[in-house]
Design a protein around this ligand. Structure first.
Ligand SMILES: [Zn+2]
Ligand SMILES: [Zn+2]
Length: 477
């Protein structure tokens, strides 16, 4: 077995490259499918580090890969870099201070996500070069996680199918293996078209698209009673017509998100929503067109890979935080209220709950600097992720590493603020070490990959049902 210390040392040696990259992506904070500067920066670093880069993956200009090595096994490491709108925030501040009013920010920590994943790919490349490992490592630049499920578009083209395993991580407030499954989702835009008219003088000549949209929402409201457990429907108004109430509104647009336990169930539920949209148009003598925006498959967990990640999470050195860092974290934590203990999925398990209570002093420590116990689970979680689509094409596992203060709200200015501090940098290093350690184990031990493949084949016997049709194109923004 290889000495993991070599991997850890190499990642520490490369830390400035990773920090600089992460900071640049934080500075750019580009929205889904508009990550042009971010992708260019990654490609620059990958080329400088000696990876073979494939740009414009699947015809998506901000998707790319960087590979090194030859032959099997082929281990993929997933990276993301897109930001969120409305979350501009000064770094390192414990006050809410936007840098640009209404600007974008890294509220999901994808600047850290990509850098940690790249650090792991760089360490594996170094070991292949040194002759300590055999095989291929591929870093995937996956755009548009927040806005349009970029990995689904890559999965539709079969990008991840050639891999022996895919590994990923996400910034978080616990060091914890992600286990269980997520919902499948489908996002669709419904556009209603009517006829404008003076609302008082000749409403009889008008046909209100806004009425149609409202009736659609009412129809879906009545549908909710007749849905299966684990299904959910969310919606927003993308266009409610004009601002003047004395006009019969000629246009209206709704965006619907439909979730189900599997892609098949989400598709079946979406059909019922489509029918309601048609019914609303019929009732109002308007017309409706629909366009799918994106979709994600449910997640197939792989307990063999999760165990490998867990062993590496336990083996890697946890960060040591300075007094100043802990004080900053405590001040940031005081800006939000949380009653949730970490590890929501496993909190049912009283043994784990007791462990967490003790470690966090009832959820009050600012940084959860310990490893959460791991128990393999098939628990369903109602959210969705485009890592799900990868998990239908190759054995896949992921974890979270601490980059945020405990209980920090997701997609928050607090997560943007901490994203350029040493606390976040330490999370990058930990994530890179765990991913690289796990990738090295998989490359060294074919039996592990065989077991992971057996579990994967059994869990995916019905095959990947891509949640997006061939006609669906990635939406920017
Ligand atoms: Zn997010
Ligand atoms: Zn995210």
């Amino acid at each position: 077995m290889m000495d993991k210390q070599n991997i850890y040392r190499y990642i520490d040696k490369k830390q400035h490259t990773l920090w600089e990259l992460s900071d640049k992506i934080w500075d750019y904070s580009e929205l889904s499918m508009l990550e042009f500067k971010s992708a260019a920066e990654y490609i620059r670093v990958l080329e400088a580090e000696g990876f073979t880069v494939q740009k414009n993956l699947c015809g998506i200009s901000t998707a790319f890969s960087g590979s090194f090595g030859s032959g099997r096994p082929i281990i993929g490491i997933l990276g993301e870099y897109d930001a969120l709108s409305g979350l501009s925030q000064k770094a390192g501040s414990v006050e809410h201070k936007p840098l640009v009013e209404g600007g974008c920010g890294q509220g999901c920590g994808h600047n850290l996500l990509g850098a940690g994943s790249l650090g792991a790919a760089m360490a594996i490349k170094h070991e292949i070069e040194a002759g300590n490992l055999k095989g291929t490592v591929i870093f995937y630049g996956c755009p548009g996680e927040e806005g349009c499920a970029g990995k689904t578009f890559m999965a539709r083209e079969g990008v991840f199918r050639k891999l022996d395993a895919a590994l990923a991580w996400h910034p978080g407030d616990t060091n914890e293996i992600t286990t269980g499954s997520n919902a499948a989702s489908m996002q669709v835009e419904y556009s209603f078209h009517g006829i404008a008219a003076h609302a008082a003088d000749d409403p009889y000549n008008g046909r209100s698209a806004l009425d149609a949209a409202e009736l659609m929402n009412v129809g879906v409201q009545f549908l909710r009673e007749h849905m299966r457990p684990k299904e959910s429907i969310h919606y927003s108004f993308a266009d409610a017509g004009g601002l003047s109430p004395n006009v019969v509104q000629p246009t209206a647009k709704l965006i619907y998100m439909v979730r189900g336990e599997t892609v098949q169930k989400a598709k079946a539920l979406l059909k019922r929503v489509d029918n309601i949209a048609r019914g609303a148009a019929l009732m109002t003598d308007t017309t409706v067109t629909s366009r799918q925006i994106d979709g994600t498959a449910s997640t197939v967990s792989n307990h063999v890979l999760e165990e490998v990640l867990y062993q590496n999470l336990c083996a890697a050195p946890l960060p040591e935080y300075t007094e100043d860092e802990v004080a900053f974290a405590a001040a940031l934590k005081s800006t939000y209220h949380t009653s949730d203990l970490p590890g929501k999925r496993t909190a049912e398990d009283w043994k784990i709950r007791t462990f967490v209570m003790e470690k966090t002093q009832g959820g009050s420590v600012p940084l959860n600097n310990f490893v959460m116990p791991y128990s393999p689970s098939n628990t369903f979680s109602p959210g969705s992720s485009d890592v799900g689509d990868v998990s239908w094409l190759t054995p896949t596992a992921q974890f979270t590493a601490v980059t945020w203060t405990s209980g920090s709200p997701g997609h928050s200015w607090q997560n943007v603020s901490i994203g350029k501090t040493p606390i976040a940098y330490k999370g990058i290093a930990l994530a890179a070490k765990v991913l690289a350690g796990a990738a090295a184990d998989l490359m060294e031990d074919p039996a592990l990959l065989e077991r992971a493949r057996e579990e994967f084949e059994a869990a995916t016997s019905e095959g990947y049902d891509c949640p997006i049709g061939r006609e669906v194109k990635p939406t920017a923004g």
